[in-house]
Design a protein around this ligand. Structure first.
Ligand code: 8IG
Length: 262
């Protein structure tokens, strides 16, 4: 059960959008906002913080808007921007969007993010399918004895569909850290040893909440930088947004194709 707060948000979205249910939800992280317009023009759009229990995002590049539109014959709920654990409000606001998506009737959520790459062959601008994650936040959105299976957290069925459509897309393991600071070079060596291919500050906690509600999850990272210590250059949030802008129309077309197929 998504819970009372998610039910209140879903009722508000249904009433104001006129769409009684939604089929698929997409969370667009930093760098992915520009891709939203490629999905088409929304039938309904509102600042996310006008929907019950959503907090205004604090990060630059996160527009904090919610859209409802039809893409490839599916009714899609699009969250432009998300709440992060490093904002210090705990996991509840971090996972409110996926719980709201479930309450709106979605069977699937596409979680996108910008990430640092631990693989030199994945240059900025590369889209990577998330095959699995490492939740290194030390936290969980689940409270009580909810022993949810996290085998196949990232839908094998949907990943196969994406690979069939985009055979060149690489797959990798995404490590979620709390942030907001980037890693030290030593931490990146640690993450590589742990089996991470990508590092970022979102997604894993949302995936956990989504799986607990029975949603299928597809995760896609946009590589915007090589992780600390790989190039020797300092990391910069502006390059994240620039990489997204440069890739926007390509990513938007890709999402449209994926929504058609899943
Ligand atoms: I974009 O290199 C992006 N987000 N932790 N490390 C972490 N988060 C990120 C990074 C990165 N790049």
């Amino acid at each position: 059960m998504p819970g009372v707060r998610a039910a209140e948000a879903a009722a508000d979205i249904a009433a104001r959008s006129g769409a009684a249910t939604h089929d698929i939800a997409i969370v667009l992280g930093s760098g992915w906002n520009a891709a939203a317009d490629e999905l088409g023009s929304p039938d309904f759009e509102t600042p996310t913080d006008t929907v019950p229990h959503f907090a205004a995002p604090v990060v630059t590049g996160h527009a904090g808007r919610l859209r409802s539109l039809e893409v490839s014959g599916r009714r899609v709920l699009v969250f432009l921007g998300r709440t992060h654990l490093y904002e210090g409000r705990g996991t509840e606001p971090v996972t409110h969007a996926v719980r709201t998506a479930a309450a709106c009737g979605a069977h699937s959520v596409i979680l996108t993010n910008a990430a640092g790459s631990l693989r030199t062959e994945w240059a900025p601008g590369t889209a990577v399918l998330i095959s699995d994650h490492l939740n290194l936040t030390g936290d969980s959105p689940l409270i009580g004895p909810q022993f949810v299976s996290m085998s196949d957290a990232y839908s094998p069925r949907e990943r196969k569909i994406v690979r069939d459509q985009f055979p060149a897309i690489p797959e990798g393991v995404y490590a979620q850290v709390r942030g907001p600071m980037y890693e030290t070079p030593a931490e990146i060596r640690m993450l590589r040893t742990l089996g991470a291919d990508l590092v970022g500050m979102s997604t894993a906690l949302e995936t956990i909440a989504a799986r607990a509600l029975g949603l299928e999850v597809l995760g896609i990272s946009l590589v915007t930088n090589l992780a600390a210590g790989i190039t020797g250059e300092a990391l910069d949030h502006a390059e994240v947004l620039a990489a997204g802008q440069a890739s926007a129309s390509r990513l938007g077309r890709m999402l449209t194709e994926i929504i058609r197929a899943i």
